[in-house]
Design a protein around this ligand. Structure first.
Ligand code: NAD
Ligand code: UDP
Ligand code: UDP
Length: 360
């Protein structure tokens, strides 16, 4: 997939895009890697809406064409099936680098403690390798691309870089408490390496970079069976199954609705600050409290079933978003009780088979 031959929108000085407040601005050519995924597809919606030209690069590992089907045929939208582990030539102004296999259900469980078949073991290893390669080689390639064309590069890192944090809430200055050899370290350490590469290209090659540390995010189009807690609980409650609470359910997370995140990512990309910036909702819930919200929203009779927890599970997590508030003028607007119903209607349609409505 080589897209050479045209000058970037900035050089062309293209004006006249649709923007809020009717202001004229240059139409940018923007790449979103991982744009067929949950967060990426919502970001693409917003970029197209404001009049940018968007190229999605995705290998459909966990993403789906359905998430983008409403843009097919739009001359400002292009979808390239490509693995970012392979080099890629494009001429663009901005790169949102989201591509990353995010499927904790596969890499979090410990094969020593769980009896699994040889083929399951091979599958898990393939996934772990893919996480490594995408985070390291994929990020390197996208930074190489940014360097060559002078594009601004935004990395979607994660709150997992804080590991099982010894500081609470977590500020961006905290260096984290990560097990480098654990079952989830392919993801945590992979993202830490991606952050390192990003800062090295910034310092060494003057690439304009931005780093977001994203905290747990939920919303429509989340993968139904990816094993994350919100998607599990919502799917379980809709299917009249028990909600599976791991461990004692007293561990905490802070859940952000996807539209808040997308707004934060765009503000970060457009702003003047490199970061890293925590992007998350400071509302903190234990898994038992989350289960209660899901019961209240979907089915008050839903049962709870306790299961053993996965290894190295962080005990608590909550973003300190002072930096994003002050420097980006951003803070989340949608609480868990407001956001959850918006996700439930999407899950209901997908689980119970009404694929005709794509009105997200
Ligand atoms: P997702 O799995 O829905 O999206 C990731 C996308 O990347 C998918 O479309 C997948 O097919 C694609 N992809 C994976 N490997 C690729 C490769 N090698 N080449 C090209 N495409 C590839 O996940 P998401 O929740 O939308 O996450 C988006 C980003 O945000 C990821 O980088 C993730 O680590 C980060 N993040 C998400 C959360 C969250 O709660 N959702 C939290 C922290 C960080
Ligand atoms: N790269 C890419 N697209 C580009 C430019 C570079 O995919 O437009 C890849 C390139 O293949 C290399 C990586 O990005 O693997 C890093 O590129 P850089 O130029 O920084 O390093 P070098 O190629 O000198 O190792
Ligand atoms: N969890 C749970 N039940 C599930 C899935 C996850 O209780 O069905 C717990 C998990 O042990 C963790 C928390 O929910 O403590 C968040 O897990 P998730 O995989 O969603 O996100 P992460 O651990 O990456 O923050």
């Amino acid at each position: 997939a080589v897209h050479g031959g045209y000058r970037t929108a900035l050089e062309r000085g293209f004006v006249g895009a649709k923007v809020p407040l009717g202001l004229k601005r240059k139409r940018l050519r923007v790449v979103v890697t991982g744009g067929a995924g949950f967060v990426g597809s919502h970001l693409v919606d917003r970029l197209i809406e404001r009049g940018d030209s968007v190229i999605v690069v995705d290998n459909f590992f966990t993403g789906r064409k359905e998430n983008l089907v409403h843009h097919f045929g739009d001359p400002n939208f292009e979808l390239i099936r490509h693995d970012v582990v392979e080099p890629l030539l494009l001429e663009v102004d901005q790169i949102y680098h989201l591509a990353c296999p995010a499927s904790p259900v596969h890499y979090k469980f410990n094969p020593v403690k769980t009896i699994i078949s040889f083929s399951q073991l091979l599958l898990r290893f393939a996934l772990v390798l893919s996480v490594h390669k995408t985070n390291v080689v994929g990020t390197l390639n996208m930074l190489g691309l940014a360097k060559r064309v002078g594009a601004r590069f935004l990395l979607t890192s994660t709150s997992e870089v804080y590991g099982d944090p010894l500081q609470h809430p977590q500020t961006e200055t905290y260096w984290g408490n990560v097990n480098p050899i654990g079952v989830r370290s392919c993801y945590d350490e992979g993202k830490r390496t991606a952050e390192t590469l990003t800062m090295d290209y910034h310092r060494g090659a003057q690439v304009e970079v931005r780093i977001a540390r994203i905290f747990n995010t939920y919303g429509p189009r989340m993968c139904i069976d990816d094993g994350r807690v919100v998607s599990n609980f919502v799917a379980q409650a809709l299917r009249k199954e028990a909600l599976t609470v791991y461990g004692d359910g007293k561990q905490t997370r802070s859940f952000q609705f996807v539209s808040d995140l997308v707004e934060g990512l765009i503000k970060l990309m457009e702003g003047e600050h490199v970061g890293p910036f925590n992007l998350g909702n400071p509302g903190e819930f234990t898994m038992l409290e989350l289960a209660k919200v899901v019961q209240d929203t979907i089915d008050p009779d839903a049962k709870i079933e306790f299961r053993p927890n996965t290894a190295d599970d962080p005990h608590k997590r909550k973003p300190d978003i002072t930096r994003a508030k002050e420097l980006l003028g951003w803070e989340p607007k949608i609480s868990l009780r407001e956001g959850l119903p918006l996700m439930v209607s999407d899950f209901r349609k997908r689980i119970f088979g009404d694929h005709s409505e794509v009105d997200l």
